[in-house]
Design a protein around this ligand. Sequence first.
Ligand code: ADP
Length: 457
Amino acid sequence: MQSIRRRLSIITIACSIVAIILCALFVNLAVNSTFNKYMSDIQKQRNSRIVQYFEQIYKKDKRWQSTSGEEIMHEAYMGNYCLTLLDENKKVIWGMNPSTIKQNMNGTMMKSQSTGVYMSSTFQIRDNGKIVGYVTIGQYSPLILSKQDVDFKLAINKNIVISVIVTALSAIIISIMLSKQFSAPIKAVADTSVELSKGNYSANSDVKSNIVELNNLIESIDTLGAKLKKQDELRRRLVSDISHEIRTPLNVLQNNLEAMLDGVFPVDENRLNYLNSEVIRFGKLLDHLSELNDFEDEKVQLNMKVTLLDEIVKAVCDEFYIELKNKNIKLNLNVEKNKQFNIMGDYNKLKEVFINIISNAIKFTNDNGQIWIKLYKSKSKVLVKIKDNGIGIREEDLPNIFERLYRGDKSRHKIQGNGIGLTIVKRILSLHSADITVSSEEGKGTEFTISFKEVTR
Ligand code: ADP
């Protein structure tokens, strides 16, 4: 197996090198063919210049002599081509020996050219439109290249090779850098997920990327880590809370029963009533846990009907008459007049919601405090606000109060409860597609707002 960085580098380097070599080949082909075309044009111009030269000679002398135009022989010798002058009957007037050209070429030309096949072309010489002779131009290669020409071609090829090497090196460096840009965040995310799978939920990717998808990936894995960490903490807390909740009533029972058996406590009605209340409390905790379990296993069946929310709220308030009186808490119920608060819901489950929230408000409000309940409508929603001026909830506890068995630190020691009520409230409300929000200030009070969709009959 290879690392992503290595694989990415190999792919990008291979692609770049193939592209560079292909590019170099095409440039080389293009330069060569353009150069050859240029040389062949020059050769054509040379040929027509030679023909014109002999036409001028004939025009001047009106006939051929054995020395006609011999002056050009030197130029031909220097240019490594061979000339033969023929009359109109193709009889040789004078001609150069190709082998002398070959010897000359051995000294000045590339070896490949001097060993080529001798080729010749014959051109007509005309005077006033009439053929008066022929000139044959012969050479040892289709194109005659001087040493400078060959050097020029070699220099171009050398430059192409240098460009290939420099570009390939740059491509390799850029590929390595680019692959690092891609691979570093992916590697970080992969490392984080390995750590998470090992149970190290504090692992964090700690990298940034300016590529949207990679950045999203980094953020999601970090968020996943944070959520797993929170769930893990809640799970640990849940286990310790459940054992604490179970241990406390059992300890009370055990200590009291032992004291009674030892004759330290008398076995009277008061003590038995007290022990019975502990057993009832213990039973309630188990009932709550099993109810929560039913919600989590989606076993709860709701009996959904059009229900009047004001009726439910009023009924629950009445049920708390004695508790309110005991703590001298004033309950202000404010229901918008002449309005119907119809919602679709399960009467008993909704009653359970308000029992939980109002009982919390009473529980967490000191004697002589106040509770305000307001029922109103807004934008086809039915809203209920339950506000108290009790102990309030710490800012760090607020996001967790709907979690299973979560109890605010303040309430944990002083006020009875098991931290399941609001979890059940949230589950019931979500089955009703209703929202619940909470705002609170420590020492000042708490406000829950529940909003239901209104049903029109
Ligand atoms: P509990 O059995 O502890 O009341 P809940 O799930 O009903 O469990 O509530 C969870 C926690 O939310 C409580 O322990 C308490 O810290 C906080 N809480 C809920 N309602 C109020 C309130 N009206 N005032 C202050 N704290 C509250």
